[in-house]
Design a protein around this ligand. Structure first.
Ligand code: GBH
Length: 459
């Protein structure tokens, strides 16, 4: 079968952003519950306590996915639902929700794609030191085993972590995300322990799939947020600034995962800065477990210009503003860089199948009286990025699927409910769902692509 025929079309969400029901059926607090309860952290004091109430409206949401003709749905498990406190056995009442979700998806012919960790660490594990503490990596592998044992008979696509850069840097360095710490040394320890946890979890999942005779179907991987960093000019200072930013955002994750070593320029500089990666013997081979899939969350590229070294000794750079359209997040709309990124991945890191596990945009949606949103900008955004993805595929990148972020408007982290990424509108007063124009476009595009692939297959 051709890559075209097998291409998967889907949409994505994450547990804390949509589920609500934060204290039901034995779920314990995650770091995001705690962070939201801390004044001044999240816009308007918003929290995920109700969110889209997906926990209670799940069948309705799966029906929407079926109407859109999705092949696959990427969602995350709330660790504090599955294994409250992050240690010990699984919580049957919490796991039962994901059992129902998986069964509902399968009944509708939609493939479930599970992400184990989309940022909702059990608070108890943060109290024990969080990701800067090496033990959290081992706790994560235990949790992965519990999840696989519960769902592995029906789920063959598994992502360990969503965007470890965000967990480490936004969580422990800038403090914009939970747990809100600002400690560069802790953040770099978090980077390493997240990657170690990933490797341990991959091993746990693959071992179990093999023991159960299910390894042939297994597709296991990780999702990274990759941001192309383009030099502002040709000067050696600008080239060095772009290389440093690319190193910190992209190579620091890609190299250990796919080449078995950290990038020497970045690791060396981190040592100098007093923020070493706390690597122990044997860690790198664990991190570099064979991967079936590398998920790419793509939102934007950035142009980087050199700037004086900061007071803390970190290399300086500034992001230039280009004269291009921007989303409501103020992120530049740069679809062409997605094609280049996928081709670079294929060239420099060949091996895994690439999936666009997230791509989408926030805009200031204006609903009509029926709740319908004529979101022409989001529609154009999706069209341009799907085109860019398929162009890379047709030029030889092994890209096998595309997921729109997000199925629903949802809790946009430190922006609360103020920024909407959904292709389906959620009215936060009534919790009513209304597909936007972008959802209709996506459904039509998916149908057209599948029809074209089927016709090609008949030739
Ligand atoms: C994703 O992360 C998350 O996985 C998801 O939960 C979230 O809802 C979604 O994005 C939307 O935010 O300011 O031009 O330098 C996104 C990670 C990292 C993407 C920083 C944008 C900065 C772009 N983001 N990046 S820019």
């Amino acid at each position: 079968m051709t890559q075209r025929a097998n291409f998967l079309w889907g949409s994505a969400t994450s547990s804390y952003q949509i589920e609500g029901a934060v204290s039901e059926d034995g779920r314990t607090p995650s770091i995001w519950d705690t962070f939201c309860a801390t004044p001044g952290t999240v816009a308007d004091g918003d929290t995920g306590a109700v969110a889209c109430d997906h926990y209670h409206r799940m069948p309705e949401d799966v029906a929407i996915m079926a109407d859109l003709g999705l092949d696959v749905y990427r969602f995350s498990l709330a660790w504090p639902r599955v294994q409250p406190d992050g240690t010990g056995g699984g919580n049957p009442a919490g796991i039962a929700f994901y059992d129902r979700l998986v069964d509902e998806l399968l009944a509708r012919g939609i493939r479930p794609w599970v992400t184990l960790y989309h940022w909702d660490l059990p608070q108890a594990l943060e109290d024990a030191g969080g990701w800067p503490n090496r033990d959290t990596a081992y706790r994560f592998a235990d949790y992965a085993a519990i999840a696989y044992d519960a769902l592995g008979d029906r789920v063959s696509q598994w992502t360990t972590l969503n965007e470890p850069w965000c967990s480490a840097i936004l969580g422990y360095m800038s403090g914009e995300h939970a747990p809100g710490r600002q400690d560069a040394r802790a953040a770099m320890a978090a980077v390493h322990h997240l990657l170690l946890g990933h490797g341990l979890a991959v091993r746990a999942i693959r071992d179990r799939a093999e023991a159960a005779g299910r390894a042939a179907d297994l597709e296991v991987g990780i999702t990274l947020n990759l941001s192309p960093k383009l030099p502002a000019g040709e000067s050696s200072a600008d080239l060095a600034a772009a290389r440093w930013e690319d190193g910190l955002s992209n190579r620091l994750y890609l190299d250990p995962l796919l080449r078995g070593r950290y990038p020497a320029d970045i690791a060396g500089k981190l040592d100098e800065l007093g923020c070493p990666l706390p690597i122990r013997d044997g860690d790198l081979p664990l991190i570099a477990q064979p991967l079936d899939v590398l998920g790419v969350n793509y939102y934007s590229s950035q142009v980087v210009e050199a700037a004086p070294t900061g007071q803390n000794g970190w290399p300086g750079s500034v992001t230039l503003r280009r004269d291009v359209p921007r989303t409501a997040m103020d992120w530049e709309v740069t679809p062409g860089a997605l094609t280049d990124l996928l081709l670079r991945l294929e060239r420099e890191y060949p091996g895994p199948a690439w999936y666009i596990t997230e791509n989408g945009a926030a805009y200031a949606d204006v609903p009509d009286q029926t709740g319908y949103v004529d979101d022409a900008e989001r529609t154009d955004f999706l069209r341009a990025h799907i085109d860019a993805t398929l162009e890379a595929r047709d030029l030889g990148a092994n890209v096998r699927g595309y997921f729109a972020w997000s199925l629903l408007d949802n809790f946009e982290w430190s922006f609360g409910y103020d920024r909407r990424f959904g292709i389906v509108r959620v009215d936060y007063d009534t919790l009513e769902r209304t597909p936007k124009r972008s959802a209709r476009y996506f459904a039509e595009r998916v149908a057209a692509e599948k029809k074209a692939a089927a016709e090609e297959g008949e030739l």
